[in-house]
Design a protein around this ligand. Structure first.
Ligand code: MLT
Ligand code: MN
Ligand code: ZN
Length: 298
C-alpha cells in the first residue's frame, strides 16, 4: 500500500488568509505552510483513490507525481474519491475534479444527501462529468481497484453547518455523518486507518486501530480549550467534533503498535509549527505530526 499525504491542515489551512495569530504569522514568515487535509491511497501503486477533496486539491495533485496522467494521454491514475465527511474543507475540491472523464464518489447516505441538496455538488458535477455516487455503509467493506479494500467506521453525528436544516433526515440519531476508513491491501498484509474527525475515542476506533500499521488521526487542536484561548470565543473542541491531542494520547499509549500521525491541524495548534514546542510529549507516545507531501509505503 502507498499513501501520499496531500494536506495536513484543518479548514482554512496554515496560514489562514484572514488570520494574523502567532502560528499564521510564523508560517507566513518561514514559508512552512500546510494545505488542507487530504490523502491519496493506493493498493498497488497504480490505481489511486483520494480520501476527501480539499479546496487545495489542484496544487496538491500537481505536487504528487503518482497522480500525474500517463504521457500524451488523459489517463489519470485517479479511480475515485472517498469522503470522511461532508465538511467544506473535505468536499470543495470535488468541483476541481470536474474535468475528469468520469468520477466515482463514495460517501455515507447523509453526506451524499447533503452534497445533493444543501451543497449540491452532485448535480453540479453531473453537468461536467459522468459522476457516480456510491453509498458507503459503515462495517461493509468496499473492494476498490488495485487490490485496495476500504471499510468505513462511524465516528459521529456532527453535520456540516451548511446542512444544519437539511430536511428528510430519516434517523436523527445517525452516527455516520463523520466516518473513518480502515484500508487494507495485499490480502490484509498492510493496513492503514484514517480518521481526521474524531469526536471521541470509541470502541469502533479501538477496533479499527487494532493490528493497523499506520493511523492518521485527528490533530485539530492540542487541547480542548485551545480555540477559546486563542480567539476569545467560547467554542471547545469536543463540541466541534474534534478530540484534542492531549486527550487522545492516552488512548495511543494503550494501543501500541501502529505508527500514529496527527493530521487536520488547525492554525491555532502549536503542533502545526515546523518545530512544535511539545513534540516530546508525542514522541513519548510513539506519535508524530504528519507533513504535507509525505509518502508512506506499507
Ligand atoms: C471541521 O473539521 O470541524 C470543519 O471542517 C470545520 C469547518 O467548517 O471549517
Ligand atoms: Mn475540517
Ligand atoms: Zn492563525
Amino acid at each position: 500500500m502507498k499513501i501520499r499525504v496531500l494536506g495536513t491542515a484543518a479548514g482554512g489551512g496554515l496560514p489562514q488568509w484572514n488570520c494574523g495569530c502567532a502560528e499564521c504569522a510564523a508560517a507566513r514568515r518561514s514559508g512552512a505552510e500546510r494545505s488542507q487535509d487530504c490523502l491519496a491511497v493506493s493498493g498497488d501503486g497504480r490505481a489511486w483513490y483520494l480520501v476527501n477533496a480539499s479546496p487545495d486539491l489542484r496544487t496538491q495533485l500537481l505536487a504528487a507525481p503518482e497522480l500525474a496522467p500517463a504521457p500524451g494521454t488523459r489517463d489519470t491514475p485517479l479511480r475515485g474519491v472517498l469522503l470522511t465527511s461532508g465538511e467544506l474543507d473535505h468536499t470543495l475540491g470535488l468541483l476541481t475534479l470536474r474535468e475528469a472523464d468520469r468520477l466515482t464518489v463514495h460517501a455515507t447516505e447523509p453526506v451524499r444527501r447533503a452534497l445533493h441538496q444543501a451543497f449540491p455538488v452532485g448535480p453540479l458535477l453531473a453537468s461536467y462529468t459522468g459522476s457516480h455516487w456510491h453509498t458507503v455503509t459503515p462495517g461493509e467493506p468496499v473492494e476498490l481497484a488495485g487490490g485496495l479494500r476500504a471499510e468505513a467506521f462511524a465516528l459521529g453525528g456532527k453535520r456540516p453547518r451548511y446542512a444544519a436544516d437539511l430536511p428528510g433526515e430519516g434517523r436523527p440519531d445517525r452516527t455516520d455523518w463523520v466516518t473513518g476508513y480502515r484500508f487494507t491491501a495485499a490480502d490484509g498484509a498492510a493496513c492503514a486507518v484514517y480518521a481526521p474527525g474524531l469526536a471521541e475515542w470509541t470502541p469502533a476506533m479501538d477496533r479499527a486501530v487494532a493490528g493497523a500499521d499506520l493511523v492518521l488521526l485527528d490533530g485539530t487542536f492540542s487541547t480542548a480549550d485551545e480555540l477559546a484561548e486563542r480567539t476569545g470565543g467560547a467554542r471547545r473542541s469536543p463540541g466541534m467534533g474534534h478530540l484534542a491531542v492531549r486527550d487522545s494520547l492516552p488512548h495511543l499509549a494503550r494501543r501500541p503498535g501502529p505508527r500514529y500521525l496527527y493530521t487536520h491541524l488547525n492554525n491555532t495548534n502549536p503542533l502545526a509549527r515546523r518545530d512544535p514546542p511539545r513534540a516530546a510529549d508525542l514522541a513519548a507516545a510513539v506519535a508524530a505530526v504528519a507533513e504535507d507531501g509525505m509518502l508512506i509505503e506499507l
